[in-house]
Design a protein around this ligand. Sequence first.
Ligand code: HAX
Length: 434
Amino acid sequence: MILHEKMAAQLPAWRERVKTLVKEHGETVVDKVTISQVYGGMRDIKSLVTDVSFVDPATGIKFRGMAIPEVLAKLPKPRGAKIPYVGGLYYLLMTGEIPNRAQAEEVEKEWASRALVPDHVFKMIRSMPKETHPMVLFSQAVLALQSGSKFAQAYHAGVKKDAYWESTLEDSLDLTAKLPVIAAFIYRLKYFGETKKPKYSARQDYGTNFARMMGVADRKGYAELARLYFILHSDHESGNVSAHATHLVGSALSDAYYAFSAGLNGLAGPLHGLANQECLGWLIDVRDKFGGVPSREDLYKFAWDTLNGGKVIPGYGHAVLRVTDPRYIAQLEFAKARFPEDTLIRLAELVYDVVPAVLKEQGKAKNPAPNVDAISGTLQYYYGVREFDFYTVLFGVGRALGVTPNLVWARALGQPIERPKSLSTAMLEEVAKA
Ligand code: HAX
């Protein structure tokens, strides 16, 4: 299998590189830790390692060292499409190299051969109460797949530590292949009452399959959006909750299913994956209040009313980034190229023009620019996916594409169980006195 071959060839040099670094510089200090950081969610402490992606405060996410526009330009695309194959992105995240068309299509073929979801997963989802949150169904479904874990089987059969990554790669491909099927099934069941199992077609790519299984009207357009959405949401370093939770649970040698289900549970939180639905909600509030796109003055006042009401302006600001999120720009350009006259898109553009100035005037937010969530829901809304609580499931399908390469590499480089040290408040008070 193509990813296996490529990684197996890269591994000896990587292992040597890490071994030498730790052996020769193991005692070198990387960062200091302050009391505010210990109490403040470990913000900014440099204590994780990943070679898959890096968030540069000044330019945004880099996938394997490449910025979003470069990735979108260089990855091979399905014929007639403008947005690349998701399989190509997976190849890039897994191996660090831009694939050619045949290599990207090879990953797509792997997915097609692994997309069959066992019947018990559908049965389990169908048996849940109607009001169950789609993220609960999604996370449960991932756990329900665990019985097929090749890593768990290999581990129990006593496979050597050096080879853990191989069965983890198998699990990662199996899992990522099945997620679009499960997500689309949850969507059709929960909002349309359809119980039929979606079928993944080997003749279509990941995004096109997803668009068809979701049953949206403009399949071609939505396939492009699905590819873009999954690519943009795949990875954002290791410290965000979904990536870190996946890594942490995986570090106990729990397999990819246990680990990613944990990541999804974190993604479900309102401070993480839920933000996109709040942004769309805010835009819709503006649209409904003014019966369309308001004047600059009215929007300026509305934004100040939000702030004066003690609320944040959703979709703006970022913990790490200090510029407009390139993932926002990629989505805005996508919309402007396809449906520039859409009311919510025109509104989003006006907000982009007005809100950063308001936030600057207020003087609190370190970054007054929009983040990825400021527009992602708007694009889904345009294509008719208007069930807000489903948006985090879409994020989850994308996020799996980033956290699983991290898991495979963590196994390949023998990363140990994660175990930071705790202190009591009294101990920290002692530290403060010293
Ligand atoms: N509107 C109003 N006030 C804002 C703001 C916004 N959009 N962004 C930041 N601020 C305020 C903060 O609330 C904080 O105020 P206090 O000092 O009173 O607590 C102050 O500015 C400093 O905050 P910061 O250091 O600039 O930002 P943080 O790192 O603390 O938080 C957030 C980053 C993204 C959570 C924040 O900007 C925010 O709440 N934004 C709106 C919600 C949002 O868009 N969330 C999605 C984030 C994208 C993401 O990572 N998704 O997974």
